[in-house]
Design a protein around this ligand. Sequence first.
Ligand SMILES: Nc1ncnc2c1ncn2[C@@H]1O[C@H](COP(=O)(O)OP(=O)(O)OP(=O)(O)O)[C@@H](O)[C@H]1O
Length: 614
Amino acid sequence: MSSLRRPTNTKPELARGFAGVFAYSTRALELVWTTSRPLTIAFGLMTLIAGALPAAVAYVGALIVDAVVAAIQATPSTREALTQHALWLVAGEGALVAAIAGAQRGLNLCQSLLRAQLGQRVNVMILEKALTLELSHFENSDFYDKLTRARREASSRPLSLVTRTFGLAQNAISLLSFGSLLLHFSPWAVALLILAGLPAFLAETKFSGDKFRLFLWRSPETRMQLYLETVLAREDHAKEVKLFGLGPLFLDRYRKIFNKLYHEDRNLTIRRDTWGFFLGLIATVTLYGAYAWIALSAIATRITLGQMTMYLMLFRQGQAAVSAILSAVGGMYEDNLYLSTLYDYLETPVNGGKGVAVHGPKPEDGIRFEKVSFTYPGAEQPTLIDIDLHIRPGESLALVGENGSGKTTLIKLLTRLYAPTSGRILLDGQDLQEWDEAALRDRIGVIFQDFTRYQLLLGENIGAGDVRHFEDEERWRDAGEKGMAAPIVETLPAGYRTPLGKWFNDGRELSGGQWQKIALSRAFMRSRADILVLDEPTSAMDASAEATVFEHFRTLTRGRIAILISHRFSTVRMADQIVVIENGRIIERGGHDELMQLNGHYSHLFSLQAKGYR
Ligand SMILES: Nc1ncnc2c1ncn2[C@@H]1O[C@H](COP(=O)(O)OP(=O)(O)OP(=O)(O)O)[C@@H](O)[C@H]1O
């Protein structure tokens, strides 16, 4: 299990400090505004209404008390008019309270609708960014943490930030209106109102920062938890987990991670709440001090009974508004910290895809590797060293070598999933890096040994080989014939429309070899591709299937470049050119007969395998 460590990115840290409160607010507001203008406007209007009316309620409340007192003290002739006046005021206050309730409901409604739309929008932004990333990003654990963090927390934060900003505005309006009424009593009362909430606010801000840093540090743990959940609850792992009895072990590890995280969370929550309680006491003491002050003023008849009720209400509600404002600011600070992780992810620089070439100057030249070396990011040793290779159009090449010798890596470079660390790769005389992304994808059809098994229709699993014809049944059939999926399809009642995998209703599971035939057919969807690469495509097929596959493959790739990685020499021997790789270097190359005569590594491995069959 990975230990708790600080991630290397420092950007979220930059958002710390008080300036961090507003660092991403404008972007969040822009995001909300562009998600739905009508809802944002309605949200703003309701905020204004909900903010301004409470002071009006307090004011009308004072008028009611004074009107009642006046009616009690009135002569019988004027009492009826004064009573009626008091009742009208009561009705007026009722209407105001109803309006506040309406505005609150409206706020909740806008918020729910915006939350749904914004959550989707941010998720789509995260996924759209994922599409532009390079393979190396996904293989980098720091980056993966960033992605997990953005997905876990960031989608709810923009709305939260905007809600708090609006809440802040609402309470500020209330506070201003309360303050202006309270000013008639004493400016000191206004100052007291504001100062009493500050200590609790400072504590809240500090704890928000602590919580965020905890969130950053524990990303690897959270990721491990997610991973263990996947292993324990997914059908493709169930077989091994059951047979090896791994379940209790993994579950225990899962529990331990939870306990560790819970322990840290608990400590922080206890500290946060204890401090919150004691600092909140200061506010309560202030409130009751002010209460006494106002009561004494009423006894001394400096203010009327109605004014006393109003000031008490103003002070009480004013204090609630101050603490709401301060906690909104604290919350905004927290939201900003979390949003920084989203923008940090969204702004990950992406290289590549910059080339524009759609043709090369020498179409007859094919593929050329010139002194290509490659070291994986973060690795100490190079995986490929000084690779020189030339494959002309119409030629087939087989790559042979022990596990880990670098064969798949060579294909990753050829398909531009990675760029060489030194040297260059040319296609039709043009550096691979200068090729336009789409033009290059069009040229190359590749099936890796760990091809994806999509939980989709069988036909779509084949159609995935060419997005333009993803749903084209004619093309599925054609590719299915070439890749030998057709006989499997015939046994299925729904044919090409059979859902594969067990995730969805009526899904069919295929055998390993059958899946490989589907993947092989996927490669044949690329009818325009003139370079076909198969990385161990037949390892799970039976011998007769493999022989037929290669017969097909040779006929279908005539005139194209065919590159094949295989550990079966019966297949490899058919290639025009065989390249033997050992520890990242090419150690032998030539045709089968040539290499057999050389009596080197290839001939040794070939004889070893042939002996096994005798
Ligand atoms: N994403 C990666 N990051 C770092 N190192 C990697 C990565 N992928 C592969 N390697 C390393 O590069 C070396 C070559 O791997 P590669 O997959 O190219 O071997 P291969 O010849 O295709 O092996 P096999 O026959 O087992 O498929 C191995 O030592 C492997 O550990």
